[in-house]
Design a binder for this molecule. Structure first.
Ligand code: FAD
Ligand code: NAD
Length: 474
């Protein structure tokens, strides 16, 4: 086997494996190097997303939702279940099985696409050479015309609450708790804090979330965040805003937290503490000193709008570069770079990346919030529609939340859609399509939506932009 490739991808997470598969589809001789090992010590492709991120978190969210519904939703339907219990080994084991199925699936896809897969750590050397330190200790060097860096991200650690894997845990730890903790502390009311906090809250843990900022979910539209905050409170999540943690001490009876809020210094004891204060780009050992690849002030690999590093033939994608840390953003960048390398027209539209938070109710949005449009001085009009008036949502006993559509005041072009409610993780897709095609709220209002479905909330929100929603006063 020749050691010269057309493309070498370092990192087999969502960004890297998409880049590798697309490059191979385009006839490029491709290698991918990834260092992740699963619980069995064997290579586990798919990065953070498949191993300790998107997929395992959704598996536990779905399992915990089933359990929560037994007490909180089924009785409304007239179905009474007594003494329901969670078998934790099955609960965690099901998640592990799903992870294995999908990481193994990427391995099969690599084989089917004739991608040479290396299990180890890749280091970019000058001249597009890559040194591989195998997980078995062996070293070798391979070269390529193009190298795509897709090394991903890792959780940010707080200096006064360092991860110990047992009492103070990160996302990986929070996906592998063997018994439901009586009291779970969470630092950060961001996406991970809310999703994984919800999992353990639904199983009976007393969950307290400590968030430094005064506003809840500041990146979401304020109306949507307000509804979500109210619903999470009803579910028992205790979210403390404007609260600054200063100490986390592991003692015999739990983790002792000291934080300050508007009422002064507070103490809290929890059995486990999940620290979820964001993630940082991971580039440790990735770059030799003389490659010319630059990092920005936040440690991210510097790239232009085409994910090019400025060094001939070196590209970077996914969480390791600027932009939101989302798997689907990495997917698109990976595929686009492979297409640019092959001389084709790759494409990533950063303006229509959807965001989804998989809590109950779900939260989803794409495009601009009202706050952003105000700051930018863009004239806009707003339509909204509550799920309380959607027959399907009421039939499901999930009639909470709303869809809010924002369109340009003059052109009517859809500028943003913001949702909180049942199934909005799926509903956002049609709004992204409309926005990608530069659609207007009138376009959406004229599109036939099946009755009775949750998607009627999108239709009615579009009608409401023009004050002609049918099932509510305008
Ligand atoms: P990663 O997935 O981090 O993959 C990078 C890979 O590169 C890893 O396998 C790593 O071992 C490997 N690597 C790094 N350096 C080297 C090296 N030098 N040599 C060889 N290999 C190397 N996003 C969503 O869109 N939806 C979600 O629902 C969602 N849920 C999430 C839930 C959690 C709990 C977490 C933590 C994240 C979640 N994310 C979600 C974010 C998503 O997981 C990331 O955006 C995504 O995984 C980034 O992909 P990536 O390929 O850039 O990096
Ligand atoms: P995040 O940026 O979503 O939230 C971190 C939160 O912690 C913020 O609200 C921040 O204000 C707060 N914070 C920061 N420092 C703090 C401190 N010292 N004390 C208290 N609060 C503090 O980050 P995350 O939840 O760790 O998630 C990391 C990334 O993973 C996100 O950027 C997200 O893109 C991705 N992710 C996505 C999904 C999804 O798409 N559904 C799910 C999970 C994770």
């Amino acid at each position: 086997m020749s050691d010269k490739f057309d493309v070498i991808v370092i990192g087999g997470g969502p960004a890297g494996y998409h880049a590798a598969i697309r490059a191979a589809q385009l006839g490029l001789k491709t290698a991918c190097i990834d260092a992740w090992s699963g619980k069995d010590g064997k290579q586990a492709l798919g990065g953070t997303c498949l191993n300790v991120g998107c997929i395992p978190s959704k598996a536990l969210l779905d399992s915990s939702k089933q359990f929560y519904n037994i007490a909180h939703n089924l009785p409304v339907h007239g179905i009474m279940v007594e003494n329901a219990k969670v078998d934790m080994a099955t609960f965690i084991g099901r998640k592990d099985k799903i992870v294995k199925q999908f990481t193994g699936g990427i391995e099969q896809l690599f084989k089917a696409n004739k991608i040479t897969s290396f299990f180890g750590t890749g280091k970019l050397l000058k001249g597009n050479q890559v040194e591989i330190s195998g997980n078995d200790g062996a070293k070798q060097t391979i070269t390529a015309t193009n190298v795509i860096l897709a090394s991903g991200s890792v959780p940010i650690e707080l200096p006064f609450a360092k991860f110990d894997g047992k009492h103070i845990i990160d996302n990986a730890g929070a996906l592998d708790i063997a018994a439901v903790p009586r009291r779970l502390g969470v630092i950060g009311a961001g996406v991970i804090g809310l999703e994984l906090g919800s999992v353990w809250n639904r199983l009976g843990a007393k969950v307290t979330i400590i968030e430094a900022l005064p506003d809840f979910l500041g990146t979401a539209d304020a109306d949507i965040a307000k509804v979500a905050q109210r619903e999470f409170k009803k579910q028992g999540l205790d979210i403390k805003l404007n609260a600054k943690l200063s100490k986390a001490e592991v003692k015999k009876d739990g983790v002792h937290l000291t934080y300050a809020d508007k009422d002064g210094e507070q103490q809290l004891i929890v059995d486990k503490l999940l620290v979820a204060v964001g993630r940082r780009a991971y580039t440790a050992g990735l770059l030799a000193d003389d490659t010319g690849v630059k990092l920005d002030e936040r440690g991210r690999i510097v790239v232009d709008e085409h994910c090019h590093t400025g060094v001939d033939g070196v590209w970077a994608v996914g969480d390791a570069v600027r932009g939101p840390m989302l798997a689907h953003k990495g997917f698109e960048e990976g595929m686009a770079v492979a297409e640019w390398i092959a001389g084709k027209a790759g494409h990533v539209n950063y303006d229509t990346i959807p965001w989804v938070i998989y809590t109950e109710p779900e939260i989803a949005w794409a495009g601009k919030t009202e706050k952003q449009l105000k700051e930018e001085g863009v004239p806009y009009k707003v339509g909204s529609f509550p799920f309380a008036a959607i027959g399907r949502a009421v039939a499901m006993n999930e009639a909470v939340g709303q869809v809010k559509m924002i369109a340009h005041a003059e052109t009517d072009r859809i500028l943003g859609v913001h949702m909180v409610g049942p199934g909005v993780s799926e509903l956002i897709a049609e709004c992204v399509v409309a926005m990608e095609f530069k659609g207007s709220s009138e376009d959406m209002a004229r599109i036939i939506h099946a009755h009775p479905t949750l998607s009627e909330a999108v239709h009615e929100a579009a009608l409401s932009v023009d004050k002609r929603a049918i099932h509510k006063g305008n």
